[in-house]
Design a protein around this ligand. Structure first.
Ligand SMILES: C[S@@+](CC[C@H](N)C(=O)[O-])C[C@H]1O[C@@H](n2cnc3c(N)ncnc32)[C@H](O)[C@@H]1O
Length: 310
């Protein structure tokens, strides 16, 4: 069990934007340690319900330890891509008042050395949010070809040394630990003579590998597709993302809901007269300077909210 705590990001803003019906059904798609779920529970009444999901078995332990007696909250260990099926089984599709998606990993996941997410802690190169599913970072790094590794580090990490790092990974395989990988990235930076920055050189590489191993973008695309179907009229989806690629997906998906597809010219309705089925709630929101000072992990967060109108 983890000892580190997780400070929920944009807690008040996200929940106040999400909860519009105090007696409604809510989905917390990223339960983590339950910080947002607790705030949603505080905002709803005795009729309201929260259906929480997380792919990490440690979140299930957390739920059982802390929330078991809370009758308005249930937990299912599952991925974003499992949620629609679960909601269908509960016959709640079209009846959900709000879905919260707080992307990425939690502080306890990052800080637990045995999970292999951190370049600062010696641990097995795992990085899976659910260690019982899929392939570990080591499995992938020790078998993928150099080009694929380089592309992942470049695309998901926007790391300009992606090629060098991939070449070095392939030359030094098999890699087994986080510190081995971090050391190898550090060496590439030192060879390049690039000026030292406050951010650890392995940050982008670790982020890219984690996102790849967990299929994070595909998962996000799936919930952005399924989420709207689950909502009732007036229901909202709030997404907090931490990466420009995630935010781009959210922006694209919300934009296409709010604007819809262009009508063919043969339909005698002007674009301006169309009644939109969805509306964006405000612009993208960022954490306050005060929040960033208290919780630096929040500095890259962006929140977007959309509402079903008809
Ligand atoms: C930033 S943390 C959420 C923290 C949470 N809001 C809290 O207050 O404690 C993100 C959580 O989402 C989970 N997660 C990320 N992607 C997921 C996915 N595709 N399906 C289910 N859970 C996911 C991670 O395991 C992690 O626990």
């Amino acid at each position: 069990m983890y000892s580190a705590t997780h400070v929920p990001v944009m807690l008040r803003e996200s929940v106040s934007h999400l909860v519009t019906d105090r007696g409604g059904y809510y989905i917390d798609a990223t339960f983590g340690r339950g910080g947002h779920a607790k705030e949603i529970l505080a905002s709803i009444n005795e009729k309201g319900r929260v259906y929480a999901f997380d792919r990490d078995p440690a979140s299930k332990e957390q739920f059982e330890k802390t929330f078991r007696k809370e009758g308005r909250l249930s937990f299912s260990q599952g991925k974003f891509s499992d949620i629609l099926t679960e909601m269908q089984a509960l016959k709640l599709v079209g009846k959900v008042s709000g879905i919260l998606i707080d992307c990425g990993v939690s502080s306890p996941q990052l800080e637990e050395a045995s999970r292999g997410f951190s370049f600062r802690r010696e641990g097995p190169l795992d990085m899976r949010m659910n260690p019982n599913e899929g392939f570990s970072a080591a499995d992938w790094l020790n078998s993928a070809d150099e080009r694929e590794i380089s592309q992942v580090i470049w695309k998901l990490g926007q790391e300009s040394f992606a090629r060098r790092i991939a070449r070095s990974i392939v030359a030094k395989r098999p890699l087994e630990t986080t510190i081995q990988l971090a050391g190898l990235v550090l060496k590439e930076y030192e060879f390049s003579g690039r000026k030292k920055s406050r951010v650890h050189p392995a940050t982008k590489t670790f982020q890219a590998i984690r996102m790849h191993v967990n299929g994070e973008i595909k998962e996000l695309q799936k919930i952005l597709l399924d989420g709207p179907e689950m909502l009732s009229i007036g229901g909202r989806i709030a997404v907090i993302s931490f990466h420009s690629i995630e935010d781009r997906e959210v922006k694209k998906s919300f934009h296409s809901l709010a604007v819809g597809t262009k009508l063919p010219r043969s339909i005698p309705i002007l674009e301006k007269d169309r009644i939109a089925s969805w509306r964006s709630i405000g612009k993208a929101l960022k954490p306050s300077i005060k929040e960033i000072a208290v919780n630096p992990r929040s500095r890259t967060a962006v929140m977007r909210v959309i509402e079903r109108v008809t």
